[in-house]
Design a protein around this ligand. Structure first.
Ligand SMILES: Cc1cc2nc3c(=O)[nH]c(=O)nc-3n(C[C@H](O)[C@H](O)[C@H](O)COP(=O)(O)OP(=O)(O)OC[C@H]3O[C@@H](n4cnc5c(N)ncnc54)[C@H](O)[C@@H]3O)c2cc1C
Length: 470
């Protein structure tokens, strides 16, 4: 009969969602009018249940779409045209935590914030800090290889994963790595799964590496008149050899959208913000902060360098809310996350503004300056089909800009559905072919998250619903 009915033969009834399935058909790209359709939504509680679902899908040729917290910006967790959405939220156990050995093993559905909180409460740090941490899951972070402001010093999520448990076609649980800090015994399957966006396997648990938390961390926020002055300051921070923990930027229009809630207000004439953080031992962080103040003060309109915990927390809270504030301007946004070599950052920021102006769209960018990672963004109302189409065309030009500047179409959000077909722009034919071959080895029937990541531009025959549906 129906997929839901048949799945009851392999799963307990409480693992099959009957009501409230509509929340599992979209992610953050709903603001771009993107929503899918599924035949069933399942919420397994164990890796064994995940394996049974995948085995059933393989036997019946039904697509399976893994889903974490649904905070993705690439449409990766959205089912295109039917299939089974598999949410990991009930796999939320901490399997082991050894603070004295700086490591933990968690199930995929544990939220990013829980991992970070648990580490912090024990004097440790899980450095990756993607913005939607209360909602996103560690499995989703690994599947997208998520970044965040502090990836600058410590690297993206993948750098903190020492092992994975995953379910791979046709429905088997495999383990690669574990609670070990080094492992070169085989091909690096762990790294293949990291960032694979649910197209190679379903991550069910991860062993994570942690760090002792820095004793102190001080942000320095420096405002400049424009892009040239701000990018000059970023280059000076790098050139001075200051090992800051985070090195962020916001351009003028982003400040226009989000600046209203900046703690203590913006200075007059602010057209660019550089936000850096000095961390380390109490003495080391203080020393680095003072050097940072020297470097960032050159050509700055104003510099704020709070030292009180509450003010520092307010500043980072404000930074976390930037994406939402920008989205609130028009009710929706088309936001990409290109990467360019650091010496091309100014061109990428100015290029984004030029593209938006040409398409007649309110445009801005902000992001992880130290990593050359921009969130090039076009602000549009989510029900304005005509402007949405223009914004998608503008985003396409942003990808072209990134590649022309020697960069990448994605630094942290992944490819998902939204950037399908763009890989061929970045790589030569053989590199693209190798991706397809790897996909076939893991998933010979092509049932794991079809149409995503390495799919061709036309989506390999899938045409999901566009526009908002209830
Ligand atoms: C306000 C806001 C700020 C953000 N800031 C950042 C940021 O600073 N840096 C950043 O990198 N991202 C950021 N993001 C994007 C998003 O939070 C990340 O991409 C995050 O890693 C997605 O995790 P998720 O659990 O929500 O995954 P989902 O959105 O549910 O899924 C993302 C992809 O991973 C796959 N997937 C999910 N779980 C699994 C699993 N267990 N096994 C296999 N595949 C799986 C899905 O199929 C999909 O392809 C932000 C989003 C928001 C809304």
């Amino acid at each position: 009969m129906t997929v839901v009915h048949d799945l009851a033969s392999v799963l307990p009834s409480e693992s099959i969602l009957v009501d409230g399935t509509s929340a599992y058909l979209a992610d953050e790209t709903e603001g771009r009018g993107f929503r899918g359709r599924a035949d069933a939504v399942v919420l397994p509680s164990t890796a064994d249940e995940v394996a049974r679902v995948l085995a059933w899908c393989y036997e019946h040729d039904v697509p399976l779409i893994p889903r974490g917290g649904g905070t993705g910006y690439a449409g990766g967790a959205v089912p295109l045209d039917g299939g089974v959405v598999l949410g990991l939220e009930r796999m939320a156990r901490v399997r082991s935590f050894d603070p004295l050995l700086w490591r933990m093993c968690v199930e995929a559905g544990v939220t990013t914030a829980t991992v970070r909180r648990l580490a912090r409460e024990n004097g440790l740090q899980f450095p990756p800090d993607p913005g939607a941490s209360e909602q996103s899951q560690i499995g989703g972070n690994i599947a997208t290889n998520a970044g965040g402001p502090h990836a600058f010093k410590n690297g993206v999520t993948g750098a903190w994963v020492t092992g994975l448990e995953a379910v791979v076609p046709p429905g088997e649980i495999v383990t690669v790595g574990g609670p070990i800090r080094k492992d070169v015994a085989g091909y690096d399957l762990k790294s293949l799964l990291i960032g694979s966006e649910g197209t190679l396997g379903i991550i069910t648990a991860a062993w994570l590496r942690l760090l002792p938390a820095p004793e102190a961390a001080f942000p320095v926020a420096a405002f400049y008149a424009g892009v040239a002055e701000g990018c000059g300051a970023i280059q000076r921070v790098m050139g001075s050899g200051l090992q800051v923990a985070a090195l962020e930027y916001l351009d003028g229009p982003t400040l226009g959208a989000a600046g209203g809630s900046f703690p203590e207000g913006l200075p007059d004439g602010a057209g660019f913000l550089v936000l850096a953080e000095a961390d380390g031992s109490a003495e080391g962080a203080e020393g680095l902060r003072s050097e940072l103040l020297d470097v960032l003060s050159q050509e700055a309109l104003s510099v704020r360098a709070p030292t009180e915990a509450a003010t520092i927390a307010a500043l980072w809270r404000w930074r976390e809310g930037v994406s939402i504030a920008v989205g609130a301007q028009r009710g929706g946004k088309v936001s990409e996350d290109i990467v360019v070599p650091l010496d091309r950052l100014q061109e990428a920021i100015e290029g984004t503004l030029e593209i938006g102006e040409r398409h007649g769209l309110p445009t801005c960018s902000w992001g992880h300056a130290g990593d050359g990672n921009l969130h090039s963004t076009f602000m549009v109302a989510r029900d304005d089909e005509e402007r949405l189409a223009r914004a998608e065309a503008a985003a396409d030009e942003v990808f072209e800009l990134a590649v022309r500047l020697g960069g990448s179409i994605s630094g942290e959000h992944g490819v998902g559905w939204m950037k399908r077909g763009q890989l061929a722009r970045q790589w030569g034919p053989r590199a693209v072919e190798l991706h397809a071959e790897i996909k076939r080895v893991f998933d010979p029937k092509g049932l794991l998250n079809p149409g995503k990541k390495i799919a061709a531009a036309e989506g390999e025959g899938f045409e999901p619903s566009r526009g908002l549906h209830p």
